[in-house]
Design a protein around this ligand. Structure first.
Ligand code: ATP
Ligand code: MG
Length: 256
């Protein structure tokens, strides 16, 4: 059965999508069967995996509203060699349209249950908000991976996210836990990065992944080619870091 993880942080632009796409590619490289779920109307993970979001037969939107299922809506990322349940701006409407539906926060969970046996990992790229879409992600998942930039304001938003995860754990999804915090876009030349990084380790201990993703231009260039950074320039520091992170995650799961 697949381990289902959300990549979540309500702050915008902190590296959620970059992490979801590259972790999917890194896990695929070590023989894991992966489904990436794009739960963001921006469709960045869809595009980053080389899939044209403007030309979708069906997407996660239809799946959430019960008009399609994962098996018919998913596509293969040719550049990443994993499966993708894609998204585009239609998904923004789901927020409102789901209000009428029963069990609206568990629609994604129900849909993924039908394909979970086909994968080792299902990774959900969440939008930058604690919205009904993110709530669907959190209800469907076993755990949350939180990408964080090591800057002063990063810690401020973190308590809101941790509180939301605690509430979902208590009321909606007892399986949910924080798998770990991933330091991303790390700039070793900035002393603030080191300071915040040390604070994170002191406060969250083992929950902070050992792998650190550096700021690396190749990771930022890769999406415009529709190729995960891990495959775009496998020798780059960014790619190597995500490959190490994939291995660390698999190891951590074994110990859970
Ligand atoms: P949003 O909240 O809008 O969904 P996000 O949290 O998904 O954003 P990304 O889209 O992954 O964040 O990253 C934001 C920007 O930073 C992108 O332009 C991306 O290419 C760039 N970026 C992400 N990680 C790195 C990195 N390690 N090095 C350099 N650039 C990076
Ligand atoms: Mg994103």
């Amino acid at each position: 059965m697949a381990k289902i993880f959300c990549i979540a942080n309500q702050k915008g632009g902190v590296g959620k999508t970059t992490t979801t796409v590259n972790l999917s590619a890194a896990l695929t490289k070590i023989g894991q069967r992966v489904l990436l779920v794009d739960l963001d109307p921006q469709g960045n993970a869809t595009m980053g995996a080389g899939i044209n979001k403007a030309k979708l037969r069906a997407s996660v939107y239809e799946v959430l509203l019960g008009m399609s299922d994962v098996a018919s809506a998913r596509l293969v990322s040719e550049t990443g060699e994993f499966d993708v349940l894609p998204a585009n701006r239609e998904l923004a409407g789901a927020e409102v349209e789901m209000v009428e539906l029963e069990n609206r926060e568990k629609r994604l969970k129900a849909a993924l249950a039908l394909v979970a046996a086909e994968y080792d990992f299902i990774l959900i790229d969440c939008p930058p908000a604690l919205s009904m879409l993110t709530l669907n992600g959190l209800c469907a998942a076993h755990g949350v991976i939180i990408p964080m930039q090591c800057e002063y304001y990063a810690l401020e938003g973190l308590s809101d996210l941790v509180n939301t995860i605690k509430k979902v754990h208590a009321n909606l999804n007892p399986d949910l836990s924080i798998i770990g915090l991933l330091r991303v876009m790390f700039d070793a030349r900035m002393s603030l990065s080191e300071q915040v990084s040390t604070q994170l380790e002191q406060h969250f201990g083992d929950k902070v992944f050992k792998s650190i993703i550096p700021r690396n231009v190749r990771l930022a260039e890769a999406p415009s080619y529709g190729v995960p950074g891990v495959n775009f320039d496998p020798a780059s520091k960014g790619a190597q870091a995500y490959i190490a992170f994939g291995a660390e995650l698999v190891q951590r799961i074994k110990l859970m």
